[in-house]
Write a protein that binds this ligand. Structure first.
Ligand SMILES: NC(=O)c1ccc[n+]([C@@H]2O[C@H](COP(=O)([O-])OP(=O)(O)OC[C@H]3O[C@@H](n4cnc5c(N)ncnc54)[C@H](O)[C@@H]3O)[C@@H](O)[C@H]2O)c1
Length: 327
């Protein structure tokens, strides 16, 4: 082990290892997801202060999920990729700033240094791997693997299986995600927002347009989603739910409603006004909600508890039978 890396305790070196580049919000959550399933993790973080706080932040996240004790000995916090021990590394997950030149530099270094065959994945929410890997000799191993926040709790991961990436690499990443208890979906075209953020954006455009038009308050929009159709989503997705209710009814409704849905290219006015006023949510103490420090602490704890409980519901029971999907 390099002296430059910090490690807590010691465990067997033969365990599978993941390299996480970037130890901020997402990198820490992704690291927790691997460690939680018994993997060793090297986190590469260039900011010394962020690096120093990594183990305490990770321990905090892991307490929210299952056990803080499983962290001991499994984490190395390193300042550079040169310090990584590549033996047993099965995957790299890049989680640095959402900035193309920064990501390109990281992947150029990875292409030089990471052993052949190790999948090099990016957690970018907006940049496609083909932009990041442009003219890289390892372009067929560089792919998007998109976790959702908080990455240690949300089961879904989006696996982008685009033609530039070797099928064998995509399959390997898929199986690694299953091995750490994630629920992967395979996406065959790199559209902006992949799957999840596209669908969320479609909902958010309508929700904000309804607030803009004075049809409902922000609070009532949240209540309608959370206690209405969102409530059903922990039990089944929108397609399966319509299998329950009947597509003919939905077809009639959509003929009437679709032509009236918001379809503006620009985000609704209410959002522009809020941004201009610095009302960004918890990070500025006010969004649609006014946040005091105790209120934020309480809300975050409630959110994490509810996410854990929802995870149990979404995962179902071992004897649940998957329906016979046809299309
Ligand atoms: N925040 C989210 O909700 C979310 C969700 C899914 C995906 N993502 C994606 O995850 C990535 C990271 O986002 P975040 O919210 O964690 O950002 P963040 O700012 O919290 O963390 C980024 C970290 O990367 C470090 N870093 C920068 N350059 C580096 C380098 N060359 N080597 C090592 N470390 C470096 C920074 O010091 C920082 O700690 C982005 O690509 C983002 O699109 C974010």
């Amino acid at each position: 082990m390099s002296d430059a890396c910090t490690r807590l305790g010691s465990v067997s070196e033969a365990l599978p290892r993941a390299v996480i580049v970037g130890g901020g919000t997402m990198g820490t959550g992704v690291a927790a997801a691997f460690i939680h399933q018994g993997w060793m993790v090297d986190v590469i973080e260039t900011d010394a202060q962020v690096r120093r706080s990594l183990s305490s932040r990770l321990a905090g996240l892991m307490q929210q999920s299952v056990s803080a004790s499983s962290l001991a000995g499994r984490l190395r916090a390193c300042a550079s990729l040169a310090e990584v021990q590549w033996q047993h590394v099965q995957i790299v997950s890049e989680n640095v700033f959402e900035d193309l030149p920064v990501k390109r530099r990281v992947f150029a270094e990875l292409a030089e240094i990471a052993p052949q065959g190790v999948p090099l994945t990016s957690n970018s929410s907006t940049l496609h791997a083909s932009e990041i890997s442009l003219s890289s000799s390892r372009a067929d191993s560089i792919m998007n693997l998109h976790f959702l926040m908080p990455a240690h709790l949300v089961p879904l991961v989006e696996v982008l299986a685009t033609p530039e990436v070797a099928t064998e690499v995509v399959d390997r990443v898929w199986h690694i995600m299953l091995a750490i208890g994630k629920k992967p979906v395979r996406i065959m075209q790199a559209l902006p927002g992949f799957l999840v953020n596209r669908m969320q954006a479609a909902l958010m455009r309508e929700a904000l347009a309804l607030i803009d038009a004075g049809v409902a308050t922000a609070q009532d929009i949240d209540i309608a989603v959370r206690y209405g159709f969102g409530f059903r989503y922990a039990a089944c997705g929108p397609i399966l739910q319509k299998e329950h209710s009947g597509w003919d009814i939905s077809h009639k409704l959509y003929k009437m409603v679709f032509p009236t849905l918001a379809n503006h290219a620009a985000p609704p006015n209410v959002l522009g006004r809020m941004i201009a006023q610095g009302r960004l949510g918890m990070k500025t103490g006010q969004g649609f909600v006014k946040w005091t420090v105790p209120a934020m602490t309480q809300e975050r704890a409630r959110f994490n508890r509810a996410m854990n409980e929802a995870t149990e519901v979404a995962r179902g029971r071992p004897d649940d039978i998957e329906p016979d999907w046809q299309l």
